[in-house]
Design a protein around this ligand. Structure first.
Ligand SMILES: C[S@@+](CC[C@H](N)C(=O)[O-])C[C@H]1O[C@@H](n2cnc3c(N)ncnc32)[C@H](O)[C@@H]1O
Length: 237
């Protein structure tokens, strides 16, 4: 995407505004329902204290926030931040139905409206690839997590093993995913954006360097399901 940061933010917000009604269904179909298990894995690794507070950045329809809420329990608190009102509104409905201690908040990942050292853990799911300034988003997540707390990003990765790598890239990701988007959402372009966005997304090693520059330590890279997605996580000193 050869556009300015503001153009990218506008395009991404517009895209998720329009994708919102079919987002959860397509997410479930495209990941063969694995997306919930991947989030659960990441949250478990974050070692959140019961009764603690956590933040979901780029929260979308709230699935990561719900998983964080399970971890901190009824005495905890979770905030979910997203800049797409339609995504957030769906998330709001989901968390209200479950009586989770979750508040969904309209906001920008690049300018979080929380004081320094607020949260026990901060998660972002399939979000960093979509923000217009990844180091700024990571620096904001690191700013609002308390010392000793964890920042975790779960996002698409690049499988490297033959023949899975070729099947995944050439067939599934470049052909089947846009086709599913066309059939269910009625717009092939939004799902053609997925492989495009992965091309310019930093590798996990580069992401871990960005985390280190933002003051995070003990960084771990955890590939899941043949490296289709990875969790990159670190702890604030
Ligand atoms: C692929 S969705 C992920 C939703 C959710 N995290 C999940 O696990 O399903 C990406 C989300 O990032 C949001 N987003 C992208 N850039 C953002 C920004 N700068 N500030 C806040 N939200 C942003 C989009 O609106 C969208 O809801």
């Amino acid at each position: 995407m050869n556009t300015s940061p503001d153009d990218k933010a506008r395009r991404v917000r517009g895209m998720f505004d329009s994708l919102a009604p079919t987002y959860d269904l397509l997410n479930t179909l495209m990941t063969f329902r694995r997306h919930k298990a991947w989030r659960r894995f990441a949250v478990k690794r974050m070692r959140l204290p019961e009764g603690g507070c956590a933040l979901d950045v780029c929260a979308g329809t709230g699935d990561f926030a719900i998983e964080l809420a399970r971890a901190v329990g009824p005495k905890g608190f979770v905030a979910g931040v997203d800049f797409s009102l339609p995504m957030l509104a769906l998330g709001q409905k989901k968390v209200a139905g479950r009586r989770c201690p979750v508040e969904m908040i309209l906001g920008d990942a690049l300018r979080l409206s929380f004081p320094d050292n607020t949260f026990d853990g901060v998660a972002v799911g399939w979000g960093l690839r979509n923000v217009s300034d990844i180091p700024q988003a990571v620096s904001e997540m690191s700013r609002v997590v308390r010392p000793g707390g964890c920042v975790a990003s779960l996002d698409l990765s690049r499988p490297t093993r033959f023949p899975f790598k070729h099947l995944y890239h050439l067939l599934y990701f470049s052909k089947i995913v846009p086709l599913m988007g066309q059939m269910i959402h009625g717009n092939r372009d939004h799902y053609a954006y997925l492989p495009e966005s992965l091309q310019t997304f930093p590798t996990e090693t580069e992401q871990s360097q960005i985390m280190a520059s933002a003051g995070l330590r003990d960084i771990q890279i955890l590939p899941l399901t043949f490296g289709v997605v990875s969790v990159v996580m670190g702890w604030k000193e």
